[in-house]
Write a protein that binds this ligand. Structure first.
Ligand SMILES: [Zn+2]
Length: 82
């Protein structure tokens, strides 16, 4: 498991966490879930995170800048109806 803590500037692009309402502090996770499959997702600083079905699936995983953006995009999709 690889993680990377990120701090965003105040913004209206990332959906507020449905639990605690903040949208600037996240931990990006990358975890191998199968031999050739990783899940990448954003976890709120309160510990709230998207279900497995709402995470980015990638062969290589990792928490580089590109995957951070994708993880945040998945976060938005996961809580789009919140
Ligand atoms: Zn939260």
């Amino acid at each position: 498991m690889t993680t990377r803590r990120i701090l965003l500037k105040p913004n209206d692009k990332i959906r507020p966490c449905p639990k605690c309402g903040q949208n600037t502090e996240f931990t990006i996770h990358s975890a191998q879930v199968a031999e050739d499959l990783c899940e990448v997702w954003a976890e709120c600083k309160c510990g709230h995170e998207p279900d497995s079905g709402d995470r980015f699936e990638d062969v290589f995983g990792g928490v580089d800048d590109g995957n951070v953006q994708v993880a945040l995009s998945c976060w938005n999709d996961a809580f789009a109806s919140a």
